[in-house]
Design a protein around this ligand. Structure first.
Ligand code: FDA
Length: 299
């Protein structure tokens, strides 16, 4: 680990909350659902769609998980009420995966069913490697009954090629990203170049097999490779989409949208922004490195 990253981990608990907020606010809509609605209304007017994420840590008991289900129901109702072009992204541990897998499955199923009533969609985010198999199991069970659900696959994981073969057989709807959690070398590739090769290899496999892919990256080299694959495979605009995180490289976002591609922004909101931001920064201090690089315009 670099000295910079060690410094971030050691000093983070000492940083006052308002200072963390200065870093975090660019990446978070705000504490309330209305904050997300305001932002997404603006995105939609520019032809950009969204996915809403309710911030939260792994929950401690079933009541908390059910509260999360209720909050997401409110998000779905709000999307309808405001006619937003947005779906939702959920995290299995937020809905009880570590308490009871069956309970988590039922909670996600409730949301998928609720979303289906209004033609909406639920994306199941992928968390650290201890959740991968269970998340894919839950997704494949849901996928048997529903079309409006998708999952995420991470190109840094060594197991990803095997997972892809399974998911492609089921014609899955996938978001492909590099992966954000701190994993060991046994579990994940550490070399950024290999992670990129695996991203592009996975993307080609998925697109060529007719799976709908959310291409989730801000890495312009990968965006270019994706564009060349889209061209090579003669894909129509509704057979894939690009996805980016709120607050990251808005210039690249505008370039992709202006070229006529569908682009979805991941919009997190919620009162638990502090715990979320600190955990994310501790787990992966490279985020803070990216933030600092962006603020000072370094390459
Ligand atoms: P890379 O990390 O190489 O970044 C490329 C460039 O983008 C950097 O040089 C930097 O300038 C900029 N950048 C990237 N991230 C930044 C940040 N946070 N702040 C400021 N600048 C930044 N992961 C996961 O494990 N499970 C998941 O479910 C998801 N879901 C998800 C949804 C969406 C829509 C996106 C875009 C990403 C995710 N991720 C994720 C996160 C993903 O795995 C990955 O960590 C980040 O997207 C960064 O990887 P890039 O592909 O952007 O490349």
């Amino acid at each position: 680990m670099s000295l910079f990253n060690k410094l971030i981990i050691v000093t983070l608990p000492l940083v006052p909350k308002f200072l963390v907020y200065i870093f975090a606010k660019k990446y978070i809509a705000g504490p309330d659902l209305e904050d997300a609605v305001k932002l997404i209304t603006e995105f939609n007017s520019k032809g950009i769609c969204a996915t809403i994420d309710l911030l939260g840590e792994e929950i401690k008991n079933r009541e908390e998980a059910l509260q999360v289900v209720a909050s997401y129901r409110e998000v779905l109702a709000t999307i309808v009420a405001h006619k937003l072009d947005s779906n939702i992204s959920i995290k299995p541990t937020h809905l009880g995966l570590k308490i009871d897998k069956e309970f988590c499955y039922q909670n996600i199923r409730d949301l998928v069913l609720e979303a289906k009533k209004n033609n909406n969609f639920v994306r199941i985010d992928m968390e650290d490697h201890t959740c991968t198999s269970d998340t894919i199991d839950v997704y494949l069970r849901l996928h048997k009954d529903f079309q409006n659900v998708g999952v995420v696959i991470q190109s840094y994981l060594r197991r990803t090629i095997d997972d892809l073969n399974l998911l492609i057989r089921h014609k899955s709807n996938l978001r492909l990203c590099k992966g954000i959690y701190a994993e060991t070398r046994e579990i994940a590739y550490k070399d950024p170049e290999i992670i990129n090769y695996n991203f592009v290899y996975s993307l080609e496999k998925l697109l060529a097999s007719g799976c709908y892919v959310g291409i989730a990256t801000h890495d312009e080299k990968i965006v270019w490779q994706a564009l060349s694959l889209i061209d090579k495979l003669k894909l129509k605009k509704d057979e894939y989409e690009f996805q980016m995180l709120l607050g990251v490289d808005e210039q690249l976002r505008n370039i992709i949208v202006s070229a006529g591609h569908r682009l979805r922004v991941y919009v997190p909101f919620g009162k638990k922004w502090y715990v979320y931001s600190v955990r994310r920064l501790k787990e992966n201090p490279n985020i803070a490195r990216n933030v600092i690089k962006n603020i000072f315009g370094l390459k």
